[in-house]
Design a protein around this ligand. Sequence first.
Ligand SMILES: C[S@@+](CC[C@H](N)C(=O)[O-])C[C@H]1O[C@@H](n2cnc3c(N)ncnc32)[C@H](O)[C@@H]1O
Length: 284
Amino acid sequence: MSVRAAVARAAARLKEAGIASPRFDAEELAAFVLGISRSALLTAAGFTPVEAERYEALVDERARRVPLQHLTGVAGFRYLELSVGPGVFIPRPETELLAGWGIDTIKGIDKPIVVDLCAGSGAIALAVAHERPDAVVYAVERERHALAWARRNADARAAAGDTPITVVAGDATAPRTLADLNAEVTMLLTNPPYVPDRAFVAPEAGEHDPGAALWGGPDGLDVVRRLVARGAALVKPGGWIGVEHADVQGESVPAVLAATGDWDEIVDHRDLAERPRFTTARRR
Ligand SMILES: C[S@@+](CC[C@H](N)C(=O)[O-])C[C@H]1O[C@@H](n2cnc3c(N)ncnc32)[C@H](O)[C@@H]1O
């Protein structure tokens, strides 16, 4: 069967299954099966019978709402391709904005110390290390499975020539975690679990992202409150914090920071769709 016909059929199937980007996903899976880039699909000859069968099986899984990134094993994040799979949160495009804000903000600061709390796959920390080779970067993650993915990605990026980061196992909200860095950190970035307990999430997230990556208590801010308190001890005077949040938390997260009295320049930022997405502030 021609690749074009197979992709068109798969896209129709995925659309019916409620996938938000059916054509893109159908193309990505075809490119994955053929071992080529999506742009090379245009000139691809066709599937062999074995490839066609494999493609069909992957499209079936995607139609059952298994995340695309679990099927291909990779997720893009800024300039990096990270390994992902069961047990780790798939990095999202929204979080690229938070990482980008952090990287832009520390421009001109020599050898900044950057901490990624609740690191998951290590996406934020590894993006910073890639784009700021002089930065000293730490990534903290508590969950065993996620930690294994973070370590695997950190090893791969170091082998590719990026400055190695330090992956720390532990509770990011605990005073003992990174205690040596108290009042030393230039930039703290975090994409914590922030989904309110009873909120609806798409099946890709609800059934495949780890619960510890999603749920943040009745208003979603249980972990955020503790991270903001821990952040005040870690970040040095004049340093920054950036906290990703849900689109309904564009006022409550700034209020959490303001209530502590520890932070100035509290600003909430919107994503490309104009939804409130992350809050930043500067340590007094
Ligand atoms: C929303 S995910 C974000 C992962 C990654 N930063 C990203 O943006 O793709 C939140 C992560 O925080 C971890 N986590 C939750 N509570 C934690 C805690 N108290 N200390 C450390 N990690 C925690 C979860 O296991 C999960 O990997």
